[in-house]
Design a protein around this ligand. Structure first.
Ligand code: NAP
Length: 319
């Protein structure tokens, strides 16, 4: 292996996205199946942080604790922090907003402050739920207007990131799918739908909100490309690699349509699944499509994961 060494610290590395980011960065050192431009010039050294799911090489740190975070960052001396840890469950945030703010806002502020003090590139993972879904597609600088407390908490994380850290990127993503932990497909709001299909019992599934499911591998490729571009451009004026970026899959579906696709994969009769056209989903955006044009053009980035075959691969362990 040869190339410029970059140390990357990833929070939430035991979670759905963080796990894939660490794997992708480590795989790129050994030649990834899905490379991005310029990757051959870098070698990535990762440190993944977890909280309760202590496994493999992950380091358990409560990122709400400033001193613990400061210590681990000073020891590892990363060039980049990717901050993926968050409370992401909409209902949990509605039920305990203060607890969600402590992680989604206050811990983000801790990390962003330390990153700024030490001159580290700080990448904050955010969400399409910062938008109200009434006027899609949304450009990165369109005005956010979250409909629920999860969206408000993630937007607060964006605000503190912008206020506190000079070298920051905010990367918004929509609903994610990918390789979940064995038998824990509830980790993804997409993968989990297989439970509805397999039950073969009458159920209504949302057919009102348009989603852009995005594979964690493509988000990991996007982040890798962003880091490479940042280090290629760093020092040049004006440095375009900062501010808000959008990363999204290109195909759209409702959850009802996704259940139909899953049923088709395994020849499961889907007459039990009915489209839900009446439930009040007003706490969630109807269509928060992220406009990816500027971000993808700047980074010369293209997603590679096609929804149907990629989803099938992700579900193979379960059916
Ligand atoms: N999943 C989606 O569909 C989606 C959509 C849009 C945006 N996002 C954003 O994408 C990011 C990643 O989401 P995800 O789906 O990967 O989340 P996830 O699977 O729920 O993982 C959350 C991570 O946060 C860690 N964590 C929780 N409390 C912590 C604490 N006090 N200190 C340190 N770490 C803590 C968890 O660690 P332990 O498990 O070890 O406790 C876990 O690694 C989040 O910022 C989320 O807002 C996700």
């Amino acid at each position: 292996m040869s190339g410029k060494n970059l140390k990357v610290l990833i929070t939430g590395a035991s979670g759905l996205l963080g796990r894939q980011i660490v794997k992708y960065l480590e795989d790129t050192n050994l030649q990834s199946k899905y490379p991005v431009d310029g990757v051959q010039n870098y070698v990535f050294e990762c440190l993944g942080l977890c909280h309760s799911r202590t496994k493999n090489k992950l380091r358990a740190v409560d990122i709400k604790n400033f001193d613990q975070v400061d210590q681990v960052i000073q020891e590892f001396k990363p060039n980049v922090i990717i901050h993926s840890a968050a409370v992401k469950n909409v209902e949990s945030v509605e039920n305990d907003f203060e607890a969600a703010l402590r992680l989604n806002k206050d811990a983000t502020e801790n990390l962003a402050k330390i990153a700024d003090r030490l001159g580290i590139l700080f990448i904050y993972i955010s969400t399409d739920y910062v938008f109200d879904g009434k006027n899609a597609p949304y450009k990165p600088n369109d005005k956010p207007n979250p409909l629920n407390k999860y969206g408000i908490s993630k937007l607060s994380g964006e605000v503190v990131t912008t206020e506190v850290s000079k070298n920051h990127c905010i990367v918004r993503v929509p609903v994610l799918y990918g390789f979940t932990e064995p038998q824990n497909y509830g980790e993804s709001a997409i993968n989990v739908l297989i439970g509805n299909v397999r039950k073969q019992a009458p159920i209504k599934v949302d057919h009102q909100q348009t989603r852009y499911p995005t594979h964690c591998l493509d988000v990991s490729r996007f982040l890798t490309r962003l880091i490479i571009k940042y280090f290629e451009e760093n020092g040049s004026e004006p440095n375009q690699v900062k501010g808000i970026f959008h990363c999204s899959g290109l195909e759209s579906f409702t959850k009802y349509e996704i259940c139909g696709i899953m049923a088709e994969f395994y020849n499961i009769p889907n007459e039990f699944i009915q489209p839900d056209l009446t439930t009040d989903f007003s706490l969630r955006p109807k269509n928060a499509q992220l406009d990816i044009t500027d971000s993808y053009n700047l980074l010369n980035f293209k997603p590679v994961m096609i929804f149907k075959p990629s989803l099938k691969e992700c579900l193979e362990n379960f059916v």
